[in-house]
Design a protein around this ligand. Structure first.
Ligand code: SAM
Length: 263
């Protein structure tokens, strides 16, 4: 029997739905829209930042398939399906969408799983051993590299859980794998980010943008794939990085490999 669709709490804002609204999507409710209005009043660049982050996913997938020969991908904290992640490149033969939010998982099952080679899993990054042991993740071919998208997820997880998740992921990933990380920056527009953090806190949601240095620390055991290392999401692989005033990403992006595993 098909389990009933989770209804969720539509009377309070939800991270995935607020993002969806700010990116022009259709999966949101009045509480999400009201909350989003307050966020944008504090940080008028927020919709541009979210758009930049979401457009980053397909650009990275394209690079992972062409440059690293990766054809199996985990999208951790995938968020609600949107135009940019509904159609991964054909070269991605297997993609698993993972999110802890039951409503996101229900959407992912309905929409994303229509494509062959696509699966979804409801799992929590704060319990990485269980996430990695669950099917269909455990069924991935670990004799070959895996691509991992970790886009705008760690800001919703505390420091200890984020470090633990990164360590577990690094140990599990086969050699040649590539992690793509994006992460909200607390040091490019500190006042507006602090205001966003306070708004989220007032809704009972812990939002933790981090400084470039803190993000590098999360990645200290990983090897940057590119010489530039951590850059703003808007300037990632752009021939002319946007001028600071035009760079509305207020987030960092990096590709990293697990490097040599400890023996
Ligand atoms: C801001 S959205 C980002 C969505 C998508 N990755 C993107 O870049 O557009 C953050 C997503 O992470 C999910 N998330 C937050 N904490 C999580 C956790 N502990 N485990 C798994 N997913 C989580 C949320 O449910 C939400 O869908």
């Amino acid at each position: 029997m098909t389990p009933p669709m989770p209804v969720g709490h539509f009377d309070r804002p939800n991270v995935a739905r607020v993002q969806d609204h700010l990116d022009g999507g259709t999966d949101h409710h009045a509480a999400d829209r009201d909350f989003a209005r307050r966020l944008v009043a504090a940080a008028p660049w927020l919709p541009a930042s979210i758009r930049t982050n979401r457009r980053h996913g397909p650009r990275v997938l394209d690079c992972l398939t062409r440059e690293s020969g990766i054809d199996q991908v985990l999208d951790l904290g995938c968020g609600l399906p949107h135009d940019d992640n509904r159609h991964p490149p054909d070269a991605v033969h297997r993609i698993i969408y993972i999110d802890s939010d039951p409503a996101v998982d229900a959407h992912a099952r309905m929409i994303l799983a229509e494509r062959d080679g696509t699966d979804s899993l409801r799992a929590d990054l704060t319990d990485m051993p269980a996430l990695l042991a669950a099917q269909p993740v455990a069924g991935l071919d670990r004799s070959r590299p895996v691509g991992v998208l970790l886009h705008d997820v760690l800001p919703w997880i505390d420091d200890e859980a984020a470090h633990t998740a990164m360590a577990a992921l690094r140990t599990w990933l086969p050699s040649g794998s590539v992690l793509s990380l994006t992460h909200a920056a607390s040091d490019t527009a500190p006042a507006a980010m602090a205001a966003l953090t306070a708004h989220y806190a007032s809704a009972g949601i812990a939002f933790r943008p981090r400084t470039g240095q803190q993000i590098r620390h999360l990645l200290r055991s990983w090897k940057p794939v590119e010489r530039g290392g951590l850059v703003t999401t808007a300037s990632w692989r752009r021939p002319t990085p946007p001028h600071e005033r035009l760079d509305h990403s207020h987030a960092y992006a990096v590709l990293a490999s697990p490097g040599d595993h400890p023996t």
